[in-house]
Design a protein around this ligand. Structure first.
Ligand code: 13P
Length: 252
């Protein structure tokens, strides 16, 4: 089953417009420089979406946001709706990142509501899952991830409108990573749960990304695993050379 690799940069709360334009322009140049088999995506902060969209004009690099509200509009101070993201040029939105689950108390149920709204508006949802260190130490990794998939992924999700990102919380920004065997085990189990929930066809087509301290030096190891279909990259996505080297080292 050929799934197109997705190399996605989550810029988190980093950068002002000038830096965002520079980074996007460098990525655009590098992506254009040779034939690529993967899809590229950058997810800047809300404030830079339209600016980065302009900087990316003329490439296939996609634009995504890092969160959205589940309502189309209304009295929700500080929130941004899926339609507003479409209006800013987005085709993707990251949902349920562990930093939002931790900082804003986002539950599986809320993430699912957001994913339904995002899909309805025409956005592809990248739904994040992953265990904490305590859960891992208790041997609960697979169960935690399965429950997050069951609770966060809409019942009618398809491989066209949904991507899963497995990001062990303890691997984010720490330089620590699970072993390749551990990653493959979780991804394979997640695909099994997706098959139960959405049917085999969708599960086989759905991309499951790995995220958590992905760098040029470990990209090949993770991205060559059978059930890993790309990477969600934090720190290393803020330097165009590292971001592109991840794709290069994974031969995509
Ligand atoms: P790092 O690549 O900085 O570990 O961040 C991963 C992440 O959280 C991407 O969403």
């Amino acid at each position: 089953m050929a799934r197109k690799m997705l190399i996605a940069g989550n810029w988190k709360m980093n950068g002002l417009s000038a830096e965002g334009i520079a980074l996007a322009t460098e990525i655009k140049t590098a992506v254009k420089a040779k034939k690529r088999t993967c899809e590229f995506l950058v997810c800047p902060p809300f404030t830079m979406l339209s600016t980065v969209k302009k900087a990316l004009r003329g490439t296939k690099v996609a634009l995504g946001a890092q969160d959205c509200h589940f309502n189309e509009k209304g009295a929700h101070t500080g929130d941004v709706s899926p339609l507003m993201l479409i209006d800013s040029g987005c085709s993707y939105v990251i949902l349920g990142h562990s930093e939002r689950r931790a900082d804003h108390g986002e539950s599986n149920e809320l993430v699912c509501k957001k994913a339904i709204a995002a899909n309805k508006a025409g956005l592809k949802a990248i739904i994040c899952i992953g265990e904490t260190l305590e859960q891992r130490d208790r041997g609960e990794t697979v169960d935690v991830c399965k429950n997050q998939v069951l609770g966060s992924v809409p019942d009618d999700a398809t491989a066209l409108n949904t991507v899963i990102a497995y990001e062990p919380v303890w691997a984010i920004g720490t330089g620590k990573t699970p072993t390749a065997e551990d990653v493959e085990e979780v991804h394979a189990q997640v695909r099994k749960v997706l098959a139960k929930k959405l049917g085999k066809t969708q599960a086989n087509k759905m991309r499951i990304l790995y995220g958590g301290s992905v760098k040029p030096s470990n990209a090949k190891e993770f991205l060559s695993l059978p059930d890993v279909d790309g990477a969600l990259i934090g720190g290393a996505s803020l330097k165009s050379a590292d971001f592109m080297a991840i794709a290069d080292n994974a031969s995509c």
